[in-house]
Design a protein around this ligand. Structure first.
Ligand SMILES: C[S@@+](CC[C@H](N)C(=O)[O-])C[C@H]1O[C@@H](n2cnc3c(N)ncnc32)[C@H](O)[C@@H]1O
Length: 228
């Protein structure tokens, strides 16, 4: 099921401040993001919270997403930026049009992750950066007894297998079904290599508020360079 069909649920989820992990991990991500250049693209911007945070840091932002409903909400909340409906796997932009491409928690949702990374590299100018955050492959493979805070982490799924993921989360009156891919670290590394992008920095930040996610990584983040 695409995000367009789940747009109202995602709007409520993403626009409830402090509700999900974005608010705890965004500082770690923005520490990887270079200062504003001439043009920044966010691929899979959704309702636009990352794009708005980029704009607040001085970036001239274009946000792209496949969901017209989410794009309309993004544009409504940030009229100064440009929002474009389109597929991440075939970006409607010229070669070298951006000096920064951001993909925040969208690479595990797109239909074709390697094609999306190739397109990000194509629309980057030489010297440009590709900054991304994805669900950490460990989070996809491991689980624990939620009722016991001291329960051991157990690897219950094949870590190296690429497979579809669907997970319904109901919490504090909000209800959203995540529907994407489990991809191992090597799948992302291959996609970057094949697109000619060089990893400059890679992080698996701890939850700054503590708890279990201070010991087990929830997200994997990187900055990669298009050298030429
Ligand atoms: C989990 S949301 C993340 C949204 C935003 N980056 C954030 O962190 O709040 C993933 C987004 O990727 C978009 N998406 C998924 N597949 C896509 C595709 N093939 N092309 C463009 N956007 C896509 C979805 O519509 C959705 O808005």
């Amino acid at each position: 099921m695409g995000f367009e069909e789940r747009a109202q649920g995602w709007l409520a989820w993403a626009r409830t401040p402090g509700f999900d992990a974005y608010w705890r991990y965004r500082d770690a991500f923005f520490a990887l993001v270079p200062p504003p250049g001439e043009a920044t693209l966010e691929v899979g911007c959704g309702e636009g919270r990352v794009a708005r945070d980029l704009a607040a840091r001085g970036h001239a932002v274009t946000g792209l997403d496949a969901s017209p409903t989410l794009l309309a909400a993004a544009g409504g909340a940030d009229p100064a930026s440009r929002y474009v409906v389109g597929p991440a796997e075939a970006l409607p932009f010229d070669d070298g049009a951006f000096d920064l491409v951001v993909a925040y928690n969208s690479l595990m949702d797109v239909d074709d992750m390697p094609a999306t990374v190739r397109e990000a590299a194509r629309v980057l100018a030489p010297g440009g950066r590709f900054c991304a955050c994805v669900t950490h492959p460990m989070q996809d493979a491991a689980s624990w007894d939620q009722a016991d805070p001291d329960a051991p982490l157990v690897i219950t799924e094949a870590y190296l297998e690429q497979r579809r993921m669907q997970m319904r989360v109901e919490r504090d009156g909000l209800d959203f079904t995540f529907d994407g891919w489990c991809l191992p670290l090597e799948a992302y590394a291959h996609a970057l290599e094949d697109a000619g992008l060089l990893i400059e920095a890679m992080r698996e930040p701890a939850d700054p508020t503590g708890g279990r996610w201070a010991r087990v990584p929830m997200f994997l983040m990187w900055r990669a360079l298009k050298a030429r």
